[in-house]
Design a protein around this ligand. Structure first.
Ligand code: ADP
Ligand code: 5GP
Length: 206
């Protein structure tokens, strides 16, 4: 049987909603790969170059735009973020499921470039809880947290563009829902059904 192409899952939602936590769980699945974005943001403590992000200067970022290296890119909280295109195409062709943790602007660009992408929106149970999580994470200064909270409602207003949503109240329940979405999407009957039929024809000697 020719190998099934991988699926592209885009995870978005307000900063602090739990995207990173949920993605980390999805990535425990053997067939899943994380799309490492390029950013002009400074690394946070503990972030690893090439694992969390490729940290670059604005000049390097612009050079990548000019070389058309991005599937999508956007300015988020005064920094540039972009999804490198090549690795995604290579991995999808190898049958890997790609997980993208990107903002709403980027998600919409991906959907228009690749309509088959599956868009999942992560919601916090409330804006008050979102604040608590951002403050509890202790990775951003207070002014950065305020900017992220200010943007949350505008991001949530774009939920209608997404295929699925998950309210991340209890983390275990949210992870289970995310896994179920990936699982169900992987069982969808593809447009090209010949490779599936072929398995049984081969077995029957047809
Ligand atoms: P994002 O990637 O969307 O910015 P994170 O995954 O970093 O969000 O989560 C933000 C903070 O909230 C982290 O400290 C994380 O451990 C915590 N968190 C995530 N999900 C939950 C949850 N369901 N209940 C309580 N805290 C959570
Ligand atoms: P953070 O600075 O907290 O890592 O990310 C800030 C926001 O940028 C998050 O909403 C995250 O999903 C988004 N982001 C991360 N990488 C990309 C990317 O490659 N493209 C876009 N458009 N957004 C990204």
């Amino acid at each position: 049987m020719s190998r099934r192409k991988g699926k592209l899952f885009v995870i978005s939602g307000p900063s602090g909603a739990g995207k990173g936590t949920i993605c980390a769980e999805l990535l425990k699945e053997e067939n899943a790969r994380f799309s490492v974005s390029m950013t002009t943001r400074a690394p946070r403590e503990g972030e690893i170059e090439g694992k969390d992000y490729y940290f670059v200067t604005r000049e390097e970022f612009v050079a990548n735009i000019e070389r058309e290296n991005f599937l999508e890119y956007a300015e988020v909280f005064e920094n540039m973020y972009g999804t490198p295109k090549d690795v995604i195409m290579r991995m999808l062709n190898k049958g890997r499921n790609m997980i993208l943790d990107i903002d709403v602007q980027g998600a919409l660009q991906v959907k228009s470039a690749m309509p088959e992408a599956i868009l999942i929106f992560i919601l916090p149970p409330s804006l008050a809880e979102l604040r608590k999580r951002l403050e509890g994470r202790k990775t951003d200064k207070q002014d950065v947290i305020e900017k992220r909270l200010d943007k949350a409602l505008n991001e949530i207003k774009l939920i209608g563009e997404y295929d699925y949503y998950i309210i991340n109240d209890d983390i275990e329940t949210a992870i289970e829902k995310a896994r179920s979405i990936v699982s169900a999407e992987s069982c969808k009957v593809p447009d090209k059904v010949k490779p599936i039929i072929k398995i049984y024809e081969n077995e029957k000697g047809e």
